[in-house]
Design a protein around this ligand. Structure first.
Ligand SMILES: [Zn+2]
Length: 264
């Protein structure tokens, strides 16, 4: 398993070899290509940042064409660093993109319905895609440090198991580009939130935190096989020339997306 670049004109996506193209469409977008300009130049997918709506919509049209998703059947959530996960149905199609969304305070989306594309956003937080080829279930999760501490990824596995009859050993997971342990500096209160194996103390009393490692362990604790977890290892801060990064660009950054859809 590994990540590889998938290029469409000047747009670059990361994909995981764990996720079979025969069954699903998926990809982690980057900031490269796209029509947004100014402070969020590139393929910005965030409607709630400093960008004009027409540019964001054009970026979605490019994404739709590149990954083969139907925007009328695409679902976005209003993320707020919760551990709330929505089971997406036909009634949700198009919410957040072609019509208003009532999916508030939600940081994860799950469905077993073909041809519905789920998208979560990030700009340093950890995007996670799930696929169970046995039961035909997909999920997209946004796990910032708060969501990681709340173990939203474990909650996702619980819903896949309890509601959709998934077996953890069948579930495949791709952890996309995010702020890495090289760049995620946390305050002296880190031990209040993180186990010591995910933190490294600095001489100034602050800590470096490894969110992807913590998420990976959370998933294996739920019974997912280590060999079924693909971690990109790409740091959005170190690679802020290619990715939107809240830490690197401050408030004036766009959003990349993690996209997954069951093929019909
Ligand atoms: Zn870094």
């Amino acid at each position: 398993m590994s990540f590889y670049e998938y290029n469409c004109d000047d747009r670059m996506y990361l994909k995981s070899t764990l996720m079979p193209d025969s069954d699903i469409s998926h990809g982690f977008t980057s900031a490269l290509g796209g029509v947004s300009h100014g402070k969020v130049t590139g393929l910005n997918l965030g409607f709630r940042v400093h960008d004009d709506e027409a540019s964001v919509r054009e970026n979605y049209c490019l994404l739709s064409s590149d990954l083969g998703i139907d925007l009328n059947r695409t679902v976005l959530a209003k993320q707020t660093h919760t551990d709330n996960i929505r089971i997406v149905t036909e009634a949700d199609c198009g919410k957040g993109i072609v019509r208003a969304s009532d999916i508030e305070d939600t940081d994860g989306l799950i469905t077993n319905i073909p041809s519905i594309a789920l998208i979560v956003f990030s700009a340093d937080c950890v995007p996670i895609l799930f696929f169970d080829p046995s039961q035909g279930v997909i999920a997209a999760v946004h796990s910032g440090w708060r969501g990681t501490v709340k173990k939203i990824s474990a909650r996702c596995v619980d819903i896949m198991t309890n509601t959709f009859n998934c077996t953890p050993k069948d579930i495949l997971v791709a952890i996309g580009p995010s702020i890495g342990p090289c760049c995620f500096e946390f305050g002296s209160d880190a031990p209040d939130y993180f186990d010591e194996k995910y933190q490294e103390k600095l001489p100034n009393g602050r800590f470096m935190i490894n969110l992807p490692h913590m998420i990976s362990d959370t998933l294996t604790d739920k019974g997912i096989s280590r060999k079924n977890i693909d971690i990109s290892g790409v740091c959005t801060v170190c690679n802020s020339d290619k990715y939107y990064s809240y830490r690197a660009h401050k408030d004036h950054t766009g959003r990349q997306g993690a996209v997954i859809m069951l093929k019909g």
